[in-house]
Design a protein around this ligand. Sequence first.
Ligand SMILES: [Zn+2]
Length: 175
Amino acid sequence: MSDFRQSSTLISPTLDVMQSTTTFRIHPLTADQASHHRLAGGEIYIADSKPGYPCRRCLRDAEIGEELILVSHDPFERDSPYRSASPIFLHREECGNVVTETNVSGTHALPEQLTCRQLSVRAFDANAMMVDAAVIDGSVLATTIERLFGNDDARQLHIHNAGRGCWATTISRCP
Ligand SMILES: [Zn+2]
C-alpha cells in the first residue's frame, strides 16, 4: 500500500493565458543529485498503483512494478530560514531526461505529475526568502506560475505536494 497514493483525477493544465511571454525552466533532480541519493540509499518501494509514486528525476509517475527509493532532498541552493529537506521518490535506476523548459502559452505542457495533484507553490527571491505562496489545484499551475512571476522579486518557485509535503520540482524564470 502506498503512503503517497493520490486520489486526484488526471487533469490537463489550463493554458488560458495566451498572451503571456513568460518562459520558465523546470529543474527536476539532476543526474548528479539522483546518483547521490541512489548511492546513499533509502527505503525501497515497488509501485503498486499509478499515479502514486512520482519520480522527481524523470517527472513521471512510476509504472506499476517499477522500483523507487524514498529519500530526503533539500532543494535549496543557499542558506535561508526556510531551508528544509523534503521526502521524495525517485526511480532506483537512472530513468532519463525530461523536457525542462516551457512557457505558459507555448508548446510544451507541464508534466502531468504536477498538474494532477494539489500543490503548494512557494516563491523565493534571490536571497531564498519567501515572497509569496499559494495552495492550488495542479490544473491551474500554469496560471499560478505566471501570477507569481509577475512579482519581479520572485526568482524561483518551489513546488511541493500540498498534502504530504513532498518536494516536486523547482521552477526558475528564464533570463
Ligand atoms: Zn524516474
